[in-house]
Design a binder for this molecule. Structure first.
Ligand code: ADP
Length: 494
């Protein structure tokens, strides 16, 4: 009987299921969007039951569409939006509150209170004291939902990030686990000892009995209950979205780097079997735990990447669809000195300036929309170059190759400009769906569907490689112009 892997990709705006064959070809896909809940300015929630229902709905649909049954599925792998926080009743499975989403800023004051402890937080977790991570969101639920703290202390409530919630639900409440790549985003997990940390839990007043068991990213977590697919399927892979993309891009070795050009941009560098602290505003995070070994990563994130292209399309109305940006940008030889800094939601790493707002510099009487489109695309590469630069100073040597994925990685002009401005070889594989592929690979390794990492590497097919062509003087001039534009953007609100 033909066997396949099912990848559950639980994202911020939609739940997707993709069924892969051994070569990494997509057999079927199903996708469902779900409700974004904004109760107050800056607050973002999801309905945990809707996440569950849409995820299972797409899994059943993908099976049906491919004409497969549970018996054809060798294993399930999960990848998910990270940091999003759920608390539920251990007996009934009822969430006590909506899922608080990673984007939600309601715990900004908790983060301020944690600032004096930031050195300790950084040393243990690799993270910053920021409301982005799960710990303060969990504390908020316990502090604000009536009776929650008492019930948690009595052992009646469980905490989990999305992968943990899905595994718990799929196994009928048998497995309460969280893989290292997700656990390390909670700010409660010590990435050196691979354990929940008592001091951090005390600081946030979190009863440790509600925390899941930390597990590797490729292991047997349990089987799905019969009711879901007519028979059991083993759940054997789990990783947060960015780490899954790193795995899917086969960045298995120390020094391998990938960039995902989605709505935002995430640059991750595999630092091998050791956490590398950052002096330059990057996060230190666990890449994955596999076969008794843990790989770590340095991570830099930029809030606005493909979203800037959406802005060109929806607000500026300069283009009709995202892919058109390339043709329009190429219709002019350069930006004629225009720089766009798309700090629409503040500046992320390495600047961390939440108050900054977007700006355009160097406009003359001759500036055309084509220049602005080109400058916007170039800005995505400049932002990535800033992360690159930070990473190179943290590790002390130059990065030679960058693997790319995500929607905007399909833009050849952008990829060539990235190669030029970062002086790096940019490699784009045939599949840019590396997030779900990474989850599928992790699940497949645990059940012998793949014998080894070499088996997975054999699936790789380079679609295109971009080699740097820009001379050093032009590169330096352009980078100086960008740096001036960013400085001015930051100064504008100082
Ligand atoms: P996400 O997973 O974050 O939703 P995707 O990886 O699906 O993002 O990528 C979609 C993003 O990529 C959109 O923001 C879109 O504007 C951008 N995008 C898609 N195609 C192109 C292109 N050819 N050139 C530039 N940007 C693009």
């Amino acid at each position: 009987m033909d066997k396949y892997i099912m990848a559950l990709d639980q994202g911020t705006t939609s739940s997707r299921t993709i069924i892969y064959d051994k070569k990494g070809n997509v057999i079927s896909v199903a996708q469902k969007e779900f409700t974004q809940i904004f109760p107050h300015e800056g607050w973002v929630e999801h309905d945990a039951m809707e996440i569950w229902a849409t995820q299972m709905g797409t899994a059943q649909e993908a099976l049906l569409e491919a004409g497969l049954t549970y018996e054809n599925i060798a294993a399930i792998g999960i990848t998910n939006q990270r940091e999003t926080t759920i608390v539920w009743d251990r007996k009934t499975g009822e969430p006590v509150y909506n899922a608080i989403v990673w984007q939600c800023r309601r715990t900004a004051d908790y983060a301020v209170r944690l600032k004096p402890h930031e050195d300790m937080i950084r040393a243990k977790t690799g993270l910053l004291a920021d409301p982005y991570f799960s710990g303060t969101k969990l504390a908020w639920i316990l502090d604000n939902v009536e009776g929650a703290r008492e019930r948690a202390e009595n052992g009646e409530l469980l905490f989990g990030t999305i992968e943990c919630w899905l595994i718990w639900k799929m196994t009928g409440g048998k497995s309460h686990v969280s893989d290292y790549s997700n656990a390390c985003r909670t700010m409660l997990f010590d990435i050196n000892t691979l354990q929940w940390d008592e001091e951090l839990c005390e600081l946030l007043n979190i009863p440790m009995c509600m925390l899941p068991t930390p597990v590797e990213c490729s292991a047997h977590y349990g089987d799905t209950i019969i009711e879901l697919f007519g028979g059991p399927i083993a759940i054997t892979g789990s990783a947060g979205d960015q780490q899954a993309a790193l795995f899917g891009e086969t960045c298995f070795n120390e020094g391998d780097v990938k960039s995902t050009y989605g709505t935002g941009n995430f640059l991750l560098l595999n630092t091998g079997e050791k956490p590398v602290p950052s002096k330059n505003g990057l996060l230190t995070t666990i890449a994955w735990g596999l076969n008794g070994k843990v790989h770590d990563a340095l991570e830099g994130s930029v809030f606005v990447c493909g979203a800037a292209v959406q802005w060109l399309r929806d607000e500026m109305e300069f283009i009709k669809k995202a892919s058109e940006s390339e043709e329009i940008a190429k219709s002019v030889p350069d930006t004629a000195g225009v720089y766009v800094v798309p700090a629409f939601a503040g500046l992320g790493a390495p600047y961390w300036d939440p108050e900054a707002r977007g700006s355009i510099f160097g406009i003359t009487r001759g500036t055309r929309k084509e220049h602005i489109v080109r400058a916007t695309l170039e800005s995505l590469a400049y932002q990535n170059e800033d992360l690159f630069d930070a990473m190179e100073s943290d590790i002390g040597h130059q990065i030679r190759t960058l693997k790319v994925d995500g929607g905007a990685a399909l833009n050849d002009m952008l990829m060539q400009f990235q190669a030029d401005i970062s002086d790096v070889n940019v490699v784009r594989y045939a599949s840019i769906e590396s997030t779900s592929l990474g989850a599928a690979y992790l699940a497949g390794l645990a059940v012998g569907y793949y014998d080894s990492l070499e088996d997975i590497i054999a699936n790789r097919e380079i679609a295109r490689e971009f080699i740097p062509q820009m001379d050093e003087t032009t590169r330096t001039e352009k980078l100086n112009g960008w740096t001036r534009a960013v400085r001015a953007t930051i100064k504008l609100h100082d």
